[in-house]
Design a protein around this ligand. Structure first.
Ligand code: HEM
Length: 229
């Protein structure tokens, strides 16, 4: 236990935690996107509602959710601590400001991106998770999605955050592979392809939802009659 704590205290320990939690969060994103694509079923939200109910009632998913929130916390906290430590260790400012030559600027951009994603998550959880799971609402998840994505500012914020997420994942993937020692020449094409799916296909898939609901508005929530409550 003590050796685990001292490993975490080292810079590499925190990087390993960031890499592992980051990869776990990516797996969550795959599951979340696949589930969200059910919103396209054009059935007034029936299928999505069934999926939503299954998530709530499945004990394994509830445990995974605890791991998910712990991973989010561990990932953000480790990133913050590493960033602060690096800043303290580098009191002299760099003279050059080209991204490839300036690790400080790159790390600032990554941190800024992480903060945008954090803000996105606060807004996102407040809009969906809190009313559905914590405070309670008479609306279904589908109705909430339709309502929220009818607001152009909400959609614009989502699209902006998803571009930032793509950038964050692109750089995050590279750094996670490096930290975990997975950058083998032989498998570089496979890692590149996997990274592409995560930094481009996934955010683009999520972005299709606000675009679809805003521009091709399906029946308004009040006109939707759902069998599952
Ligand atoms: C843009 C399309 C998205 C839609 C329509 C969407 C929809 C939802 C909904 C309805 C919930 C509540 C589910 C429930 O509790 O029953 C939820 C939860 C959540 N979402 Fe999203 N989401 C989207 C994108 C994202 C993205 C890009 C992230 C991460 C960067 C994310 C992270 C989460 C998390 C962490 C939760 C709480 C855990 C959970 O309930 O599974 N979502 N989302």
């Amino acid at each position: 236990m003590n050796s685990l704590v001292s490993f975490y205290r080292s810079s590499i320990g925190k990087k390993v935690v960031m890499s592992l939690t980051g990869l776990f969060l990516c797996l969550f994103l795959v599951e979340h996107l696949v589930g969200n694509l059910l919103l396209f079923a054009n059935d007034g939200g029936h299928l999505y509602e069934e999926y939503s109910q299954w998530l709530v009632s499945n004990p394994v998913i509830r445990v995974i959710e605890v791991v998910l929130f712990a991973s989010l916390f561990g990932h953000a906290l480790s990133a913050l601590v590493v960033w602060i430590k690096n800043r303290r260790a580098r009191p002299v400012k760099y003279a050059k400001y080209r991204l490839d030559e300036n690790a400080e600027l790159a790390s600032r951009i990554t941190m800024l991106g992480g903060s945008v994603i954090f803000l996105f998550l606060v807004v996102h959880l407040w809009s969906f998770f809190v009313p559905l799971r914590v405070t309670g609402t008479t609306m279904t998840a589908y109705q909430l999605v339709v309502q929220k994505f009818s607001d152009p500012w909400f959609c614009a914020f989502y699209l902006f955050a998803l571009v930032v997420l793509g950038y964050h994942l692109k750089h995050g993937f590279q750094s996670a592979f490096q930290t975990l020692g997975l950058m083998h020449k032989k498998y570089q094409w496979l890692l590149g392809l996997t990274a592409f799916v995560f930094w481009f296909v996934l955010p683009a898939g999520f972005a299709s939802l606000p675009v679809y609901f805003y521009f091709f508005s399906p029946p308004t929530p009040s006109a939707v009659v759902l069998g599952v409550q």
